[in-house]
Design a protein around this ligand. Structure first.
Ligand SMILES: [Zn+2]
Length: 348
């Protein structure tokens, strides 16, 4: 029997012990689905693209990596666990492979039956065959890219994750600062967009308020993700007794949480900068929960603020808030990697 269709996937073996290799379906941008084997990782799904081998891996970058790039192992970008590549196979791809093999096997079986019947016809026995049911085309499977697409600037691997992840799935170096830098690119675009509506101040204020909120949302989520990762490592003297809730929307409470690991991520800011960070976080609460009307708590933080007035917000405030937040995130990235990320040509 000939296996014309199955043979196109053959990588070894023969007869009934044929070894097949089915390439996984790809996203429109050419990435494949991966699923972390760590059931506690939140989320588990990510996508993996090609590697840019033009990126030269430096010794300084290697210090921060969990793996030599392009090994046959993968790092879970959310939880940091390491496993063999095949441990990260997505169940959707297994199902797709089964369907593809099934389709090829049926096509080969039909071809074989047609060949046998042809032989009978040739032996002068009259056989009437009907092949009215045409073979359906090979199955196709849709795969989607994820919103946050990154290229590890330390090893050159392209990948996609949900908004917050910690590590490059190829080399395992922390990529936290890359995530946050990408958030800030979007925030800067929001500010530029708001500037187009100077003659509609109410709408421009709304847009700037959203950009300001996006900085805090990303900052809080990043701090919380790092904290929860470290708690999961189980290397603190006593596990936290209180749920995290919104502790990372407040510098003092966030600092107390990280103190559990003897870490002060705000130490990178000088004494004049920390109050600016706190003021911006407070401003977010005023805009989000008090219709931008200054209350007594906010007036304590901002010397020029008067209770009852509407707080002002301008693009430069947001940029300053974003830059201070990025420096705190950079210090967490350094802490996770054990050393600062070396500058690269692609560094943001
Ligand atoms: Zn990498």
């Amino acid at each position: 029997m000939q296996f014309k269709h199955l043979d196109q996937f053959k990588t070894g073996g023969s007869g009934t012990e044929m070894q097949l290799s089915i390439p996984p379906p790809r996203t429109p941008d050419g990435r494949v689905y991966r699923l972390s084997p760590n059931e506690k990782a939140q989320p588990r799904h990510f996508v993996l693209g090609a590697a840019n081998n033009a990126v030269v891996v430096s010794d300084a970058a290697r210090v921060r990596m969990k793996l030599e790039p392009r090994s046959k192992k993968t790092v879970c970008p959310y939880s940091g666990i390491i496993g063999d590549d095949q441990d990260f196979t997505h169940p959707d791809d297994i199902n797709a492979a089964v369907e593809i093999v099934k389709h090829a096997a049926i096509a080969d079986a039909r071809a074989e039956i047609a060949r046998i019947l042809k032989g009978i016809e040739n032996s002068h026995i009259r056989v009437q065959t009907s092949n009215s049911r045409a073979m359906t085309p090979p199955p196709r499977f849709e795969r989607r890219d994820l919103l946050r697409e990154l290229m590890c600037d330390q090893c050159g691997r392209d990948y996609g994750v949900y908004a917050i992840s910690l590590f490059c799935p190829d080399c395992g170096a922390p990529n936290l600062r890359l995530h946050f830098a990408r958030e800030l690119v979007l925030v800067h675009m929001e500010i530029e967009n708001a500037n187009k509506f100077e003659n509609q101040p109410e709408f421009a204020y709304r847009l700037l308020g959203n950009a300001h909120e996006d900085v805090l949302t990303a900052f809080e989520a990043t701090l919380k993700t790092v904290y929860q990762y470290q708690v999961a490592q189980g290397d603190i003297s006593a596990p936290p007794c209180k749920p995290v809730k919104n502790d990372f929307q407040n510098v003092d409470r966030a600092a107390a949480r990280f103190a559990e690991f003897n870490l002060d991520p705000f130490a990178c800011l000088d004494p004049s900068e920390l109050p600016i960070l706190k003021l911006n976080i407070q401003k977010r609460h005023i805009i989000g929960h008090n219709l931008s009307v200054i209350d007594e708590t906010f007036a304590e933080h901002a010397t020029e603020a008067r209770v009852g007035e509407t707080t002002q917000i301008i693009g430069d405030d947001i940029r300053q808030f974003a830059n201070l937040s990025q420096r705190v995130v950079d210090s967490l990235d350094t802490w996770l990697g054990g050393a600062p990320a070396p500058e690269t040509a692609d560094s943001s």
